[in-house]
Design a binder for this molecule. Sequence first.
Ligand SMILES: Cc1cc2nc3c(=O)[nH]c(=O)nc-3n(C[C@H](O)[C@H](O)[C@H](O)COP(=O)(O)OP(=O)(O)OC[C@H]3O[C@@H](n4cnc5c(N)ncnc54)[C@H](O)[C@@H]3O)c2cc1C
Length: 359
Amino acid sequence: MSAKPKILIVGAGPCGLTAALELARRGFTARIIDKEPGPTPLSKAVGISPRSLEILEPTGVTERLLAKGIRMKGVQARYEDRELATIEVSRIPHRFNFLLALAQSETEAVMEEVLRGLGVTVEWNAELTGIRPAGARAQADVSGARGGTFDYVFAADGSHSRVRDILGLGFTGYTHKRTWSIADVVIPDWPFAEATAMASLHCTGDMGFIIPIGPKRFRAISNTPDPLGHIPGASSAQVSQSGTFHIPVRQADRYQAGGVFLGGDAAHVHSPIGARGMNLGIEDAHAFAQRLAEGTLDGYTAERHPIGRRWIVLSERMLGAVQSSNPLLIAVRNLAIRTIGRLPALQKPMMERIAGLRE
Ligand SMILES: Cc1cc2nc3c(=O)[nH]c(=O)nc-3n(C[C@H](O)[C@H](O)[C@H](O)COP(=O)(O)OP(=O)(O)OC[C@H]3O[C@@H](n4cnc5c(N)ncnc54)[C@H](O)[C@@H]3O)c2cc1C
């Protein structure tokens, strides 16, 4: 293709914004549309991985995120209010040897601001309503008659992806029955280490997870309807945002059809255990931009689908382990956590996977 290709990115969440940033820094100008009036006000994903920080570094996004976020140094695992182990994220052999904790709303705001500086403005209130082949290209209908014909479309339009549905790409999987809850809280007298997340496990299979997102500010998640019910030391918590959700576990059968490519939640959804949801989407967007620049987009599904699959399998195993109520399995799991806690060499492979540095 001699002239610069025309590219449309559908969705201005973290995946779509990364695609626009990654294309812009390679000299491509994409249009990026979103049906909402502006960026999400919700804190959603709060853990940014070292690999995502690496990807976002050349555009200057990482420097700004680092100035805002909390460098999470470790994760403490507890069982029935006794410490099992603290896994030190800081052992990752990388210059970003931490998970950066920051509300997704703030991450997206930084990405959008940097993108604007690169000359690309998100078109808000612009909904993709139709897409169909037009020769080797794709004709996209966008609300307000702002559609057009594009060489490539990158669909980062979330788990309910309109693009995926219109193209008839399967999204195979299931949804877990348990009702989970989530809350953003301020805990003025938090008694534990501030830059450390905590997983609090129980014999019933109920669990609570708490992650620092700012001074005295935390994100609490539980696999029960009460986000703070299983967190020790949270009695003084003041809740700012809260809600419940179910966990879907699904993956698109293919990530591409003609010139249309799926990334982020449009391609894969799974449990928040391991904090990979948003980060996998950032990696998809990076792979899309790199392959477009190299002319190797044909290999996009072959690269990204197995990575998404492996993480879905691993996060389901982790989910099964943390919410087990089988006494034998609990004994084995707790012994494994204690052993991993004592032997840093055993922590490395898991930490590298969560960091996005090993697939
Ligand atoms: C309450 C909650 C808590 C979460 N917590 C975590 C967590 O702790 N850790 C974690 O890793 N992940 C978490 N997630 C998941 C994480 O937020 C997602 O993985 C991440 O947002 C995916 O990014 P994305 O860009 O692929 O999709 P999204 O962020 O969903 O963005 C999709 C965008 O596409 C737009 N769009 C949709 N359809 C159209 C259309 N037809 N036309 C134009 N625009 C369209 C939407 O408006 C949206 O802005 C959470 C999600 C929720 C809802």
